[in-house]
Design a binder for this molecule. Structure first.
Ligand SMILES: NC(=O)c1ccc[n+]([C@@H]2O[C@H](COP(=O)([O-])OP(=O)(O)OC[C@H]3O[C@@H](n4cnc5c(N)ncnc54)[C@H](OP(=O)(O)O)[C@@H]3O)[C@@H](O)[C@H]2O)c1
Length: 420
């Protein structure tokens, strides 16, 4: 059995491509149903930084299956997908997921949010019954390693998030945020983190906009902000200084016409918009409007690069923990793959020995108990001697080469119960 990964992330693809590949939370279950028609077991991880498909299959077709699924499901042209995706198998795929959960593959190194996103991803795949035993163990081990890295290193000390970096970018642009008015569009995790970071910087007024007013009210109450209904958004734009857009919407929530109308009321007053949603919430052409300063998630790179440099020493320590945990994972998997083959090989040898011994005993004149015992011991010793080296080799090599057990199974025509 092989683990495969096909995906694209913030390093391999710009936001313009990532937003085409983003699978929104509400669509995750539907996407897994579609993946099922390509492969029995798979997990789809889609965050603002990446869209990745992990699969397990008996053959080595996992990456082909993954890319075919993405192409069809996302309706992205073949050549575009090939240009921006990576395909990893076996150890490389496993290591990659560990790096993801440990926050080393994130735009904001050491961020915490990815751990929750991976956990949620696994839950949805479990509900869809798409998780094989190796996939489950892989994801659980990676989540555990993610926690361990954060406990044993300082990779997440004073951790930033995409949302808090957005506020940092705004502060760099606007200056003191204390006298500013801000609108957060989206009241999920990203919105909560943005509003909290803005509050910590003393933002004087935080308006929270969500599709449902109750949700906006929930977050606003939590952070001392004001809930605002979507229908009042245009009016709010005439007075605010900063918009952080982070709703999980499939379409643009702010377009050129809305912004042009708002800016007519404040032609000389700049408006900074930071759109960290993937897919983006704001029509890119809005950037052409006078005094509108639009940024997207990829514009956070310079701050995220500084953050990465500050954590370089910790990245190395995290890498050592990952190397150890990956080794543990493969030791577990080797056992899982090899143990049934070892048992089947010993069972087959024992069945042959016993049936031949019984046949021989029937042909011989009656033997004493001692003679029978000696024959029994001799045949057992022959089997043990013959199998000693193959079994040793199977146990030793299966650890490094998961195809080895399969080869032994075929060679000896063993009836091994297939695992999910
Ligand atoms: N989570 C993070 O740490 C993080 C970091 C960076 C970027 N982002 C990006 O930020 C966005 C939100 O992420 P999240 O984790 O906060 O997700 P989330 O919790 O699912 O976001 C929920 C928010 O999106 C709104 N929403 C959902 N569907 C909508 C639609 N069709 N039209 C308008 N609003 C809609 C919801 O409105 P109601 O519930 O009121 O209907 C709610 O305000 C995503 O694009 C994500 O990629 C997230």
């Amino acid at each position: 059995m092989q683990i495969s990964l096909v995906g694209l992330n913030h390093r391999s693809a710009p936001v313009t491509v990532r937003e085409m590949a983003a699978i929104r939370t509400q669509k995750l279950r539907d996407s897994l149903e579609s993946l099922r028609s390509y492969v029995s077991y798979g997990v789809i991880l889609s965050t603002c930084n990446r869209t990745e498909v992990y699969t397990t299959s008996a053959d080595s077709q996992g990456t082909t299956v993954g890319i075919n699924f993405l192409q069809k499901y996302l309706d992205i042209p073949h050549h575009t997908l090939h240009l921006y995706t990576y395909m990893l198998e076996g150890k490389a795929a496993v290591e990659h997921l560990f790096r993801v959960t440990c926050g080393l593959d994130s735009m904001i190194i050491g961020e915490y949010e990815v751990l929750g996103q991976v956990r949620q991803t696994l839950e949805v795949a479990e509900e869809a019954e798409m998780v094989s035993l190796p996939l489950r163990h892989l994801f659980q081990s990676a989540i555990r390693a993610g926690r361990k890295v954060r406990e044993e290193t300082e990779i997440s000390k004073n951790a930033l998030s995409v949302s808090s970096v957005a506020i940092e970018l705004a502060a760099g642009d606007i200056g003191d945020l204390a006298n500013c008015q801000m609108l957060v569009i989206g009241a999920g995790e990203a919105g909560r983190l943005a509003a909290r970071a803005a509050k910590e910087r003393g933002m004087s007024r935080i308006g929270v906009v969500s599709r449902t007013l109750e949700r906006a009210a929930g977050l606003a109450t939590e952070l001392g902000g004001l809930p605002i209904s979507m229908s009042n958004l245009a009016e709010e734009l005439t007075t605010c200084d900063l918009v952080v857009a982070c709703a999980d919407a499939p379409h643009h929530l702010l377009d050129v016409s809305t912004l042009k109308t708002a800016m007519r009321h404040r032609p000389q007053v700049p408006l900074v918009i930071i759109d960290i949603a993937v897919p983006r919430n704001v029509t890119p052409a809005v950037a052409q409007i006078n005094n509108v300063f639009l940024y997207n998630i990829d514009d956070l790179t310079s701050i995220s690069e500084q953050n990465r440099k500050q954590r370089e020493g910790e990245i190395e320590k995290a890498g050592e923990i990952i190397a150890f945990e990956v080794k543990e994972f493969f030791a577990w998997w080797q056992d899982l793959e090899v143990r049934p083959v070892v048992a089947a090989l010993m069972k087959k040898a024992e069945e042959i020995r016993r049936s031949h011994l019984n046949r021989t005993l029937k042909k011989l004149p009656p033997l004493s108990e001692d003679e029978q015992y000696n024959l029994e011991m001799m045949t057992r010793a022959i089997i043990a001697k013959i199998l000693k080296e193959p079994l040793h080799s199977l146990k030793a090599n299966g650890r490094h080469n998961l195809g080895y057990a399969e080869m032994v199974r075929e060679l000896f025509q063993l009836d091994v119960e297939k695992r999910k």
